[in-house]
Design a binder for this molecule. Structure first.
Ligand SMILES: Nc1nc2c(ncn2[C@@H]2O[C@H](COP(=O)(O)OP(=O)(O)OP(=O)(O)O)[C@@H](O)[C@H]2O)c(=O)[nH]1
Ligand SMILES: [Zn+2]
Length: 228
């Protein structure tokens, strides 16, 4: 079968590894008929990622021209862009005007925030829950914004310790509260699906700042409230 746009012959399956020759990136793009969103800067980055995934498929000995895989480099590239979208976002962007003057100086806790991230060592997921507490000084933040802060830092290549600290520091900077506590509980697929293969291990990390670090009673209150 001839590729209409690039005028190239598509590879034919052969008896050893399913294909005798791989399609060029141009032929593949013509085949899957990319739309106009592919042009421009973003499109260029997406295409470069796609080429990288095409190369991975080839190195695995797969046939990127078979029907099920034809769109896979594109899907994988888009998925990877989504999973690392935190690089494109800033705290200022998401907080907008959602910091409110409020005469409330008791602990605010939001717990069990779902978190999905990618381990920077193996590029496989780690995921779990984030618990956040802070002691305001006349300023509170819109509750959803705490979950958005988690999104910004988790949608990047991460280690759990850094993720935990970045969340705590961002809240401290935005609100200047008396204290902040962040606990992250996660399962790392690099320890489950490969490597030591420990299915049930959980990693727990914490960052305590200000009063929540210095005052055992405040810390105790936070830990008790997130357990309930
Ligand atoms: N501290 C920390 N380590 C992590 C995190 N995610 C993955 N790791 C670890 O990063 C380490 C990388 O170790 P290496 O010896 O370079 O890589 P490896 O040979 O693939 O290691 P194994 O996973 O033991 O097979 C491993 O011990 C992982 O468990 C994280 O969020 N925090
Ligand atoms: Zn890992």
């Amino acid at each position: 079968m001839a590729c209409p746009a690039a005028g190239e012959e598509l590879p034919r399956p052969c008896c050893c590894n399913g294909y005798s020759e791989l399609p060029s990136a141009e032929a593949r793009r013509a085949l899957v008929q990319y739309g106009p969103e592919k042009r421009g800067r973003e499109g260029g980055e997406l295409l470069a990622l796609e080429d990288a995934y095409l190369s991975i498929l080839q190195r695995l000995g797969e046939n990127p021209a078979r029907q099920g895989l034809l769109l896979t480099p594109r899907r994988a590239a888009k998925a990877m862009q989504f999973l690392t979208k935190g690089y494109q976002e800033t705290i200022e962007d998401i907080l907008n005007d959602a910091i409110f003057d409020e005469d409330h100086n008791e602990m605010v806790i939001i717990k069990d925030i779902d978190m999905f991230s990618l381990c920077e060592h193996h590029l496989v997921p780690f995921f779990g829950k984030v618990h956040i507490g802070y002691l305001p000084i006349k300023k509170v933040v819109g509750l959803s914004k705490l979950a958005r802060i988690v999104e910004i830092f988790s949608r990047r290549l991460q280690v759990q310790e850094r993720l935990t600290r970045q969340i705590a520091l961002a809240i401290t900077e935005a609100l200047k509260p008396a204290g902040v506590a962040v606990i992250v509980e996660a399962s790392h697929m690099c320890m489950v699906m490969r490597g030591v293969q420990k299915m049930n291990s959980k990693t727990i990390t914490s960052t305590m700042l200000g009063v929540l670090r210095e005052d055992p009673k405040a810390r105790e209150e936070f830990l008790t409230l997130i357990k309930n």
